[in-house]
Design a protein around this ligand. Structure first.
Ligand code: 4NP
Length: 142
């Protein structure tokens, strides 16, 4: 799960997906990272932690990481929150196989809105992420 800062959107996607995967007792590795490195080592944004907690997800122990090219070898799917993330991640891919692993998290070319400058966006973003995680889990597990 990849966004810009790895403190708002992708930590939500990581936490929700790990929760759902654990419920199904699947042995999948879930992680998140940011295309920017400003927040590396930091906990998720307090607003993401709070909205996640309200819906039963604990993301408080996650720590921000910088997206690096080794992720192309470590993971089968690289899901990016918006088109800028898509461009930035794709620029680090070296092979066609690596490029094929990268896609937008949402369907139909939609982007997960960045809630960083808008407190009111955290809840709708969490709900959108939760719905897509559930759908994606079904797709990948069928
Ligand atoms: P995120 O949100 O990409 O969903 O983690 C942001 C977090 C921090 C910044 C921008 C977006 N920032 O500019 O520091």
């Amino acid at each position: 799960m990849v966004c810009l800062g790895n403190i708002c959107r992708s930590p939500l996607a990581e936490g929700v997906m790990r929760h759902l995967v654990n419920e199904k007792v699947l042995d999948w590795q879930i992680a998140s990272a940011g295309t920017g490195n400003w927040h590396v080592g930091q906990a998720p944004d307090k607003r993401s932690i709070a909205v996640a907690k309200n819906y039963g997800y604990d993301i408080s122990s996650q720590r921000a990481r910088h997206f690096i090219a080794s992720a192309f070898d470590e993971f089968d799917h690289i899901l990016v929150m918006d088109k800028n993330n898509y461009r930035d991640v794709l620029s680090l891919a070296e092979t066609e196989e690596q490029k094929k692993k990268v896609r937008l998290f949402l369907t139909n070319e939609a982007e997960v809105r960045d809630p960083y400058y808008d407190n009111d966006l955290f809840e709708p973003v969490l709900l959108e992420i939760e719905a897509r995680c559930k759908e994606m889990l079904k797709e990948l597990n069928s």
